[in-house]
Design a protein around this ligand. Structure first.
Ligand code: ADP
Ligand code: MG
Length: 241
């Protein structure tokens, strides 16, 4: 059994079918890059995996538990699958530490002292142990995104979904965020990341999924997908002939 099993998943918004039968099994510890043009369904797929969108057809299971469309299951699922977005979505009125503690105390009902200890540990892990009492607007964008990563890690997820997490950053801040992701990958975290960082995908990911018009159009290890693209669509996306 794979950690995440996505079988014939379809998703429509109104009459528009955005995901057209996605099949994807993710093993524990895999690091997968999802690439493809804007509008190909990458974000929708991630949002379906952590239950932010309900699927129209097919099935998704995480760690053996079927993703069913009811509150109890969705809540359990969101505890298992963390998600990080392009926008950091930190609460400006809370300190860095407060931001990392919040979902632990509110969603998991973790006692405050324990939540604080976990928050400190996770901030340490992303290199921001010394900024526990700072406010988000005192940090750079790269640091804020690292706080968002710490916040996701504090929930002890079995997998992390990253949706273009470096796209809103100034170029000089991208590397520090990717370095954190690289470390998580090395530590065995299961990662699904939508990314435009092709070099990173090549270096760190063990599988690349190319999405086109709501389907997995081509997939394989990075050395194949990048060096020997098979379809015209992937060649065009990569800008090779
Ligand atoms: P990507 O992340 O690859 O750019 P998305 O998954 O965001 O693609 O979007 C895929 C398609 O679904 C796009 O055509 C987009 O306009 C449409 N879409 C996404 N979310 C919604 C929504 N909430 N309502 C209607 N259409 C949506
Ligand atoms: Mg997107």
């Amino acid at each position: 059994m794979s950690l995440i099993e996505i079988t014939e998943v379809r998703k429509s918004f109104g009459t528009t079918e955005v995901l057209k039968g996605i099949n994807l099994d993710v093993e524990a510890g895999e690091v997968i890059a999802i690439i493809g043009k804007s509008g190909s369904g990458k974000s929708t797929l991630l949002r379906c995996i952590n239950g932010l969108e309900t699927i129209t057809d097919g099935s998704i299971s995480v760690a053996g538990a079927q993703l069913l469309d009811d509150e109890v299951h969705l809540k359990a699922l969101r505890l298992k699958v963390g998600m990080i977005f392009q926008q950091f979505n930190l609460f400006p009125h809370l300190t860095v530490g407060g931001n990392v503690m919040l979902s632990q105390t509110v969603v998991k009902k973790t006692p405050k002292a324990e939540a604080e200890a976990t928050a400190r540990k996770m901030l340490e892990r992303v290199g921001l142990g010394h900024r526990f009492d700072a406010y988000p607007d005192e940090l750079s964008g790269g640091q804020q995104q690292r706080v968002a990563i710490a916040r996701a890690l504090a929930m002890q997820p079995t997998a992390l979904l990253c949706d273009e997490i470096t796209s809103a950053l100034d170029p000089e801040l991208v590397a520090e965020v990717l370095a954190v992701v690289r470390e998580l990958a090395a530590e065995g975290m299961t990662l699904l990341m939508v990314t435009h960082e092709m070099k990173f995908a090549r270096d760190v990911c063990n599988r690349v999924i190319f999405m086109h018009q709501g389907r997995v159009h081509e997939a394989g290890p990075p050395e194949e997908v990048f060096a020997k693209p098979q379809t015209a669509e992937l060649k065009q996306f990569l800008g090779v002939n």
